[in-house]
Write a protein that binds this ligand. Structure first.
Ligand code: PLP
Ligand code: COI
Length: 363
């Protein structure tokens, strides 16, 4: 059944919001993803009714049947985006239409119903409006997590006939504990993230479940994040567990692995490619092997590398570790091109830069 585009939301304000003093205390030490706002947005889908019963309500657990299909076959997708308080006091989102579009690409891959983009945007906007006081001042932001899961009580292996779409909000500080310090990356040789024809380009929970053992290996080796090589040849650099990757060469050009169906088409990645090109920087979307990475770091041909994503923003990569040893990139510090691109992006997101592409979405 075609989903209705004119979805309405029943607004039921939380009668027991967190006390102002507790909220402000929690804001003093913001990490990532541990603190949550007072409300959530929910929309339900059934094969009979399509999308219906939109509501903004108190954040609360979902009652879940043990036979709920998501618990068995993992039909689940999600998005990650942020609301910022701009310098002039406006509340803004960054390219939310891109998240709405990617959400539906993930839905198609996972045989889930598409949500009209306007309903996705309405749900996010209404939640941010009701929980605007949860957007931290200064460098923090309100991380938004739209997600959808299969909720039919059924054990047969076929697409569910019922789904729940939900958006929750979490005030966040820096993703990495070290803050702006360059990160250490572990090259996974035992595990790969995605093969051609698989789900690598979808933002589905299963991709992250599969990455956890590799990420744990990274942490065991004193690293912040894992970087995956391609599944077919174990040769080409793909992406990190939760970020895309860029390389800055000695001729000033920038290189990032191409989107070939096995990596997530990052919105930060797409934005940085544009911002770099705006600065006259040559950007190539080209395969880059781990061997080249090592050799170029040793010869000085590679000057900088950085990871990027909504949660991590732009993080310089200082050291790369692998089974046979480790190497440093450039001086081991965050380089000037990384810093410049980060500032250009953050400036726009915070309403301080020149938003020449119209990426900011005030609400
Ligand atoms: N790659 C993976 C695996 C991710 O989880 C993310 C984060 O969402 C990204 C890349 C970056 O995507 P975006 O810039 O849209 O947040
Ligand atoms: C994001 O950046 O939004 C992600 O989903 C990645 C994860 C590290 C939280």
């Amino acid at each position: 059944m075609p989903a209705s585009t004119a979805l309405t939301f029943d607004v039921k304000p939380n009668q027991k919001p967190l006390a102002e003093s507790d909220r402000l205390k929690a804001f003093e030490n913001l990490g990532f993803g541990t603190l949550f706002s007072d409300h959530m947005a929910v929309i339900r889908w059934t094969s009979e009714k399509g999308w219906h019963s939109g509501e903004i309500t108190a954040r609360a657990p979902f009652p879940i049947d043990p036979a709920s299909s998501v618990l068995h076959y993992a039909q689940e997708i999600f998005e990650g985006m942020k609301a910022y308080r701009a310098a002039d006091g406006r509340v803004v989102l960054f390219r939310p239409e891109e998240n709405a579009r990617r959400f539906n690409e993930s839905a198609r891959r996972m045989a889930m119903p598409e949500l009209p983009e306007q309903a996705f945007l309405d749900a996010v906007e209404k939640l941010v409006r009701i929980d605007a006081k949860w957007i931290p001042e200064g460098e923090g932001s309100l991380y938004l997590r739209p997600f959808m899961f299969a909720s039919e009580t059924f054990l047969g292996v076929r697409p569910s006939k019922e789904y729940i779409f939900c958006v929750i909000a979490s005030p966040v500080g820096p993703y990495f504990k070290g803050g702006a310090k360059p990160v250490k990356i572990w090259v996974s040789e035992n595990f790969t993230r995605a093969a051609l024809g698989g789900t690598g380009a979808a933002k589905c929970g299963g991709n992250y479940a599969a990455s956890l053992v590799a990420q744990a290996e990274a942490v065991e080796h004193g690293c912040d994040q894992v970087v995956f090589l391609d599944a077919a040849e174990h040769r080409w650099v793909e992406e990190l567990g939760g970020m895309n990757v860029f390389f800055v060469m000695d001729d000033g050009s920038v290189l990032t692995p191409p989107l070939g169906g096995t990596i997530l088409p990052g919105i930060t990645r797409k934005s940085l490619i544009q911002l770099a090109r705006d600065e006259g920087i040559v950007v190539e979307e080209k395969q880059y092997s781990f061997e080249e990475w090592r050799a170029d770091a040793a010869s000085g041909r590679l000057r900088e590398a950085f990871a990027c994503g909504t949660a991590a923003v732009v993080a310089g990569i200082g050291t790369v570790k692998f089974k046979g040893g480790e190497f440093q990139i450039g001086t081991g510090e965050t380089g000037p091109v990384t810093t410049k691109l980060r500032q250009a992006l953050v400036g726009i997101q915070r309403g301080q830069g020149n938003d020449q592409h119209g990426w900011l979405h005030p609400i």
